[in-house]
Design a protein around this ligand. Sequence first.
Ligand SMILES: [Zn+2]
Length: 140
Amino acid sequence: MTQRPTPVLRGEERAYFDRARERELVYQRCRTCDATQWYPRVVCIRCSGTDLELTAASGNGTIHSFTTLYRAGHPSRAADVPYTMVLVDLVEGVRVFGELVDVPPAAARIGLPVEVGFQDVTDDLTLPVFRPKGGAIDAR
Ligand SMILES: [Zn+2]
């Protein structure tokens, strides 16, 4: 089995994944202009300021868009197909990306209410994932 690739964690992403390992989804807020952004960056995407703080999200949102992969994006995911990747609009107004779990591909839909969950990939890497609010949707 091919090992799943993992990122080399440095500055902003290290802090992001440390919080994910603690079962917390975070995004950045700019202390200068109050803009929010995800994923973590060195500068604010609105004002280019560098006074950014990590803010905990509720993890609740709705699916903005999705795509289902029937061919694995990497050989390590071959046994997982089909799987669905989603853009989620969090209630905090931030759009984030992740995998949709507990939903068969045919039941994925724009507007589906979701909540964050966490998937341990390695001892050092935990990924936020999204599952339907109210529980798993059975395949039909
Ligand atoms: Zn800013």
